[in-house]
Design a protein around this ligand. Structure first.
Ligand code: SF4
Length: 370
């Protein structure tokens, strides 16, 4: 569990089991919500209320985000990694992955290919390799790309507060760091070696980034590693904590889910689509102002639906391998992705669905000149 919570996992599970339809109803009727409301809306007793939750979530989403959907693209700049995450094919021990770190020119080519689709918001992703993807290198990449994109986000190894200051100065404004699991025992089992095995350093990543000036702090757990209800309770507690400690920043939620693929990692606690839906509705109701992104691992139909009622942010035309947009095509090389994508539509196809649903595509919600 999130360590500052005064409840253990068994107490949280006892609470979930004690939730009645009346408790769900009264949480739904409130205007401001606390952590117990979140638990009520995530409990098994909430399933019959999902239509009401959807209506309430949609109102909250409209109030804070109007009819806009923020669209971004991930740019994988390297997949060498010193970590040993058991579920990831970029882990150090995995010999089946073609390793590559893009040169500055290649990063530029990838960025040009993304920019050609009109995308103005970029997420830089890299495996954890401190010798290659150092703060200085990431800052150099950020300085180059900030001239091309209005919004730069990072999903790389956790850094120190000082490192984040340097990266913020280079132009990055948003950060995503999945905790993977809030259970320290399971965390150790899934991340046996490498710097990522340090649970605490990862846990306080958003706090360090927020103190360094980052404006969006992305939090998530990996759906499928542990039982999702205690994880979601921890994610909620983590968000309440960050909203207090980093009140100038926005918390952003993601709900990345393992979808089983042949020969791939078998998630010990698979989560189905209905539960992802329930989670996203509950978090939108309890945290109406927070950003929420829908994963490319989800099916197109679910993504198209959830950006209308809960999520405000989605990727488009994603490639999850270094060089996936332009460089590999030029070389006729194979695409070795970090995970399986469910939504393979082009950005233009996604824009047109967003527009046909009466929504507007946007690429940034912040301007440095303001
Ligand atoms: S999940 Fe990230 S840190 Fe872990 S092996 Fe994959 S790339 Fe490396």
């Amino acid at each position: 569990m999130f360590p500052l919570l005064k409840y253990g996992e068994s107490e949280v599970m006892d609470y979930y089991r004690s939730v009645t339809p009346g408790m769900v109803s009264s949480s739904l009727a409130k205007d401001r919500h606390d952590w117990f409301d979140l638990l009520n809306l995530l409990s098994g007793a909430a399933y019959p209320f999902m239509d009401q939750m959807r209506a309430k979530a949609q109102l909250a989403r409209r109030k804070y985000y109007g009819k806009t959907v923020s669209v971004y693209a991930p740019l994988y700049i390297g997949n060498t990694c010193v970590n040993s995450c058991k579920y990831c094919d970029f882990r150090r021990q995995h010999t089946g992955t073609v390793r590559r770190n893009l040169t500055m020119d290649e990063i530029r080519s990838e960025a040009d290919a993304i920019r050609a689709h009109g995308i103005d918001s970029l997420l830089i992703v890299a495996g954890e390799d401190p010798k290659i993807n150092s703060v200085a290198h990431l800052a150099e990449v950020g300085t180059m790309l900030k001239k091309m994109f209005s919004n730069l986000s990072l999903e790389v190894a956790p850094q120190t507060e000082e490192g984040y200051r340097e990266l913020f100065s280079a132009g990055y404004e948003a950060l995503t760091c999945f905790q993977e699991t809030y259970d320290p025992v399971l965390y150790k089992e899934m991340h046996p070696a490498g710097p990522k095995s340090n649970y605490d350093f990862r846990l306080w990543t958003q706090l360090r980034a927020g103190k360094a000036g980052f404006r969006t702090l992305g939090c998530a757990f990996l759906l499928g590693l542990g039982p999702w209800r205690p994880e979601a309770a921890s994610l909620g507690a983590h968000a309440f904590y960050l909203m207090k400690e980093c009140y100038e920043a926005k918390v952003q939620f993601a709900f990345p889910r393992f979808c089983r693929v042949d020969g791939g990692f078998v998630p010990p606690c698979e989560v189905d689509e209905r539960d992802v839906d329930l989670m996203m509705l509950a978090f939108r109701i309890v945290f109406p102002q927070c950003c929420m992104t829908v994963s490319t691992r989800e099916a197109p139909a679910f993504r198209d639906y959830i950006v209308q009622v809960a999520a405000d942010n989605m990727s488009a035309g994603s490639r999850v391998t270094p060089g996936g947009y332009a460089v590999l095509e030029k070389e006729h090389a194979a695409d070795v992705a970090q995970f399986t994508l469910s939504d393979r539509r082009t950005p233009q196809e996604i824009y047109s669905v967003i527009k046909s649903n009466g929504q507007e595509v946007v690429f940034k919600n912040w301007d440095n000149r303001i």
